[in-house]
Design a protein around this ligand. Structure first.
Ligand code: COA
Length: 207
């Protein structure tokens, strides 16, 4: 399953390239995740819980099924034009056939690139793919779900703007940095039966 690179507009006249992640991105992805974890906002990890190096990072992602090429996962990178990798979004579908229509969404944008529209661009592209994709047997993604810290107002606003609704609360799910416990929200989105193609594609020139 291949998805063409896409040039997406950001605020202030800038653009980013959205493309599928490859194994060669592992070092940049790990750097990105480190920067997000260091910023201590919206995260549920400490830096020492990340893989030790790029090889371990790539291996972990492969084991999790995120590198699968059969439509069971999609991992998108966002690169600022003329810059490096500043964001990533993933959709990982459950394996058993009875729940294969469910994809779990994850997203992160570099702290220095937040607020530019990278997160919105990644969500649009990822959900566009989820709506359009069909498995060889006609199966598709019907439900996208995610979990988000209740104190992550920015992410919650972003998800709501795409139609995600609050489905439940895992009370005291996260122990915050100050020691206080923070709730975690389960949010979900059902995708309708019609399958709009990714027709607004404007493939990135020369890529
Ligand atoms: C949440 C996150 C992915 C959003 O990405 P981003 O590139 O910063 O977001 P965008 O610039 O695309 O803004 C998208 C929306 O976020 C919301 N938003 C942005 N800045 C905001 C702010 N300061 N306060 C509240 N909401 C805000 C708005 O709804 C905005 O919508 P708009 O495009 O109509 O203005 C990013 O901030 C991030 O990675 N945060 C740290 C890690 C994290 O929280 N990951 C998600 C875990 S569930």
């Amino acid at each position: 399953m291949d998805l063409d690179p896409y040039r997406a507009p950001l605020r202030g006249g800038r653009h980013c390239i959205l493309r599928q992640i490859s194994r060669e991105d592992a070092a940049a992805q790990l750097d990105l995740e480190r920067a997000i974890v260091r910023a201590r906002h919206g995260i549920v990890k400490h830096e020492d819980e990340l893989p030790v190096d790029a090889a371990a990072y790539a291996e972990q992602r492969e084991r999790a099924g995120l590198t699968a090429k059969d439509g069971s996962a999609l991992c998108l990178a966002a690169e600022l034009e003329g810059g490096g990798l500043v964001g990533e979004a993933t959709l990982l579908r459950f394996k058993p056939r009875m729940v294969r229509h469910v994809g779990v969404l994850g997203i992160g944008v570099h702290p220095e690139a937040q607020g530019l529209g990278v997160g919105r661009a990644l969500m649009e592209r990822l959900l566009g793919w989820a709506r359009a994709h069909r498995d060889a047997d006609g199966g598709r993604v019907r439900r996208v779900e995610l979990s988000v810290r209740a104190d992550n107002a920015r992410a919650i606003a972003l998800y709501r703007s795409f139609g995600f609704t609050h489905e439940g609360t895992r009370r005291d799910f996260v122990r915050g940095d100050g020691g206080a416990f923070v709730d975690d929200l389960i949010m979900g989105l059902l995708l309708s039966d019609d399958a709009p193609a990714l027709s607004d594609d404007a493939p990135a020139a020369g890529r």
